[in-house]
Ligand binder design. Structure first.
Ligand code: SF4
Ligand code: SF4
Ligand code: SF4
Length: 275
């Protein structure tokens, strides 16, 4: 009974992904979906189990397992644009493919359950940014988050104009856009991390996907809560948080609450096990 409780969250995640895997496999009669979602669910659950067993690099292992799979296998080998442009493209063409499913599960409806778990455990951009030395922001947060909306609108306008202008071979353009877009994201992400001394500066100010992620994760079922009876207000949890979350405030409106990537650094560092 105690063991089941300990591994409840990895089990829930595994069941959710397996349910998606089997449903899509049977409804779309395509074995790929069974492989795809089983692999991702198993990778995430494995990481959560490793974390529970206090393995230091648990999260990084999941990031590499899922991030490389999406970037290299789905993106470069299967030649699907997995970035937001790909989402718009498949949405406009009415094709229910990897990019649309990926967005629906990981970035639009999934956050209602697991918040921004995608950002902590699976994103292939953050997978690289998290290798940089500024794991904890060393400068105050800037008020330039509005850039994400420009990026969001630009991605939509870019894909919509291709359709409106009846450009031929959009699929080929999407593949090139995926390669160029990723190189640009990595370059910009690394430059911003160095400039702001913050690995996650790109996530905080630029990433267009947060336009979906932030409002949906506001209602996340899985979120870090503080046990006020145990907390001694030492502030260590906030000092180690890469996303500047006011984690001791349990309200949904807590400062930067929709930025939490469930990295568990606060939990690991709390001296009173209050989180
Ligand atoms: S905010 Fe964007 S770049 Fe950062 S981890 Fe999330 S999806 Fe990836
Ligand atoms: S680290 Fe733990 S004890 Fe300290 S403020 Fe945070 S929750 Fe409270
Ligand atoms: S340190 Fe805690 S509050 Fe901050 S992002 Fe990680 S899990 Fe969320």
């Amino acid at each position: 009974m105690k063991l089941t409780k300990k591994y409840l969250y990895p089990l829930i995640i595994l069941i959710v992904f397996e349910a998606v895997a089997v449903t899509l496999w049977l409804t779309k009669d395509n074995l790929f979906y069974l492989f795809n979602f089983s692999y991702i669910g198993l990778s995430i659950s494995l990481g959560m189990v490793l974390f529970i067993r206090e393995y230091k690099y648990a999260r990084r292992i999941v990031q590499l397992l899922v991030g490389l799979y999406v970037l290299v296998y789905l993106g470069l080998i299967c030649r699907e644009n997995m970035q937001i442009e790909g989402f718009w493209y498949y949405l406009f063409t009415g094709v229910f493919e990897a990019a649309t499913i990926h967005y629906a599960v990981a970035k639009i409806f999934g956050p209602l359950l697991f918040g921004r778990g995608w950002c902590g455990y699976a994103c292939w951009t953050a997978m690289v940014l998290d290798f940089l030395p500024y794991t904890v922001p060393q400068k105050p947060r800037k008020k330039i988050g509005w850039i994400r909306y420009i990026m969001f609108a630009a991605s939509l306008i870019f894909v919509a104009s291709l359709f409106l202008a009846h450009v031929g071979n959009i699929e080929q353009i999407m593949i090139r856009a995926f390669i160029i877009g990723n190189i640009a994201y990595y370059g910009l992400g690394i430059a911003l991390a160095i400039l702001f001394k913050d690995n996650r500066a790109f996530c905080k100010y630029i990433c267009p996907v947060t336009v979906f992620l932030k409002p949906m994760s506001y209602y996340a079922r899985i979120r870090i809560q503080c046990d006020k009876d145990k907390c001694i207000n030492c502030g260590k949890c906030k000092r180690v948080c890469p996303m500047d979350v006011d984690v001791t405030d349990n309200s949904r409106k807590r400062k930067n609450g929709t930025e939490c990537i469930l990295c568990m650094e606060c939990v690991k560092n709390c001296p009173k096990k209050a989180l």
